[in-house]
Design a binder for this molecule. Structure first.
Ligand code: SF4
Ligand code: SF4
Length: 421
């Protein structure tokens, strides 16, 4: 025990909000919307069960335990429960605050794969560390070694490596985005473009397409070379000290005269919009400039040619639940002449990606991925779109596994394909 003020079993600093916890009236409306409850069917792996544990700790009725940590580790952090909750329970903040308390006290979930989590936190959010790894993986894929490794089943005994390898799409040789892409036509302002840690290597064409669309919409697009990670992965893992350091460094990389900071990765956008909650006052004004690409493009009048395709849309959790952005991407897609948009049942149910959750909890993640692809198949669409690189990788992987030949794309890829045609 420390001499610091306390909230039950929690330290007062960065404790989950007692008002937020008390807002839960145990109605259970959120349960059918919770992916882990749908897969596991356990009350303690539902939002209501997790809130019960957090509140019991906050009221001093239980200590922070490995069992409690495990139930929170199994949570995807998708925030579908927040969208469903009629009482306004801020589940995302409660979860992140509680995870931070567990991490700072060294309480870890029984059976949680901490080795993989630590490796992911030390590598994925650092583009300078990722670059040589991605070059090696590119050579691995192109040299024929990947085909050999797969045919001989070399990775069969290495669960995490096998999962990472299966998730990775064919890496492109492509370049990044220029530091400045000038506006075309009537000028609207200056936009900063976030390139993402993994996205810049795995889907660089999404960033190039985003810059091209913003330029056509009238923005000078500034893409700072020195931008590093926004800290989303650390925030969602409850590593608040590292998150705050990364966020402070991230904000310093952007010119102050930007009119808007544009994000095309849902998880990053959601974290950036929450800087004001976790950091000092100045962070709130930074957050207020952050917008998802779909919000920005909806205000533009882009010249779009036709695309005679049937398309379905998957709501990335951190767009639909984290940022409440659902209609903007759909409206944009409907502006493409000839495109038929068919609704995907349970479109806002997590696909199992959830940052690095699919590496940490492959059993639940695979089941969610499998169910997602079954629903996509039933729509009959030839293209499925999603505004988050993690979802694109997870859905692509499960389409390959189920032999579903369908294009998996970011919405900006479709818009850029018909821009000016
Ligand atoms: S964040 Fe998602 S997985 Fe976690 S309790 Fe809420 S709905 Fe369930
Ligand atoms: S979190 Fe909201 S929806 Fe879920 S049980 Fe509590 S009050 Fe009901």
């Amino acid at each position: 025990m420390t001499g610091e003020p306390r909230l039950g079993a929690f330290d007062l600093k960065d404790a989950p909000s007692m008002d937020g916890l008390r807002a839960c009236v145990h109605c259970g409306i959120c349960l059918p919307q919770c992916p882990t409850y749908r897969v596991l069917g356990e009350e303690m792996d539902s939002p209501r069960g997790r809130i019960y544990l957090m509140r019991a700790a906050a009221e001093g009725r239980m200590d922070l335990t490995a069992t409690m940590a495990r139930h929170l580790d199994l949570c995807l952090g998708c925030r579908a429960c927040e969208s469903a909750c009629p009482s306004g329970v801020p589940f995302g903040h409660l979860l992140e605050a509680t995870r931070a308390q567990l991490a700072s006290r060294g309480v870890h979930g029984t059976g949680t794969d901490r080795t993989t989590l630590n490796l992911a936190l030390q590598w994925f959010p650092y583009p300078r560390r990722l670059a040589p790894m991605m070059r090696a993986l590119y050579a691995y894929q192109r040299s024929g070694l990947q085909a050999l490794v797969r045919s001989l089943g070399f990775l069969a005994s290495f669960r995490t490596l096998r999962n990472m390898e299966a998730l990775l799409p064919r890496l492109p040789a492509g370049n990044g985005v220029p530091e400045l892409t000038p506006a075309q036509g009537k000028r609207r302002g200056r936009a900063g473009l976030l390139t993402g840690c993994v996205q810049r290597f795995v889907y660089p064409e999404v960033n190039r397409d985003t810059a091209r669309l913003l330029s056509a919409a009238g923005y000078d697009v500034v893409t700072p070379r020195e931008q590093e990670c926004c800290g989303a992965l650390h925030l969602h893992a409850g590593q608040l000290t590292e998150f705050r350091q990364m966020a402070t460094k991230f904000m310093a990389a952007w010119e102050s005269d930007l009119d808007v900071i544009v994000v095309n990765a849902a998880g990053c956008g959601s974290a950036l919009k929450e800087y004001g909650h976790w950091l000092d006052d100045g962070a709130g004004s930074f957050s207020s400039k952050v917008r998802d690409i779909s919000e920005v493009l909806l205000e533009a009048d882009l010249p779009l040619g036709s695309l005679g395709e049937t398309v379905t849309y998957h709501d990335a959790c951190h767009l639909a639940h984290g940022q409440k952005i659902r209609s903007e991407p759909r409206q944009l897609l409907k502006r493409i002449p000839g495109l038929v948009l068919v609704e995907l049942p349970d479109s806002d149910l997590c696909c199992g990606s959830a940052g690095v959750y699919n590496l940490l909890e492959p059993g639940i993640a695979d089941e969610l991925g499998r169910r997602k692809v079954e629903r996509i198949r039933a729509t009959g669409a030839r293209i499925v779109v999603a505004g988050n690189p993690g979802c694109l990788m997870q859905i692509s992987r499960h389409c390959r596994a189920q032999g579903l030949e369908i294009e998996v794309a970011h919405p900006v890829s479709l818009l850029a394909r018909v821009l000016g045609r």
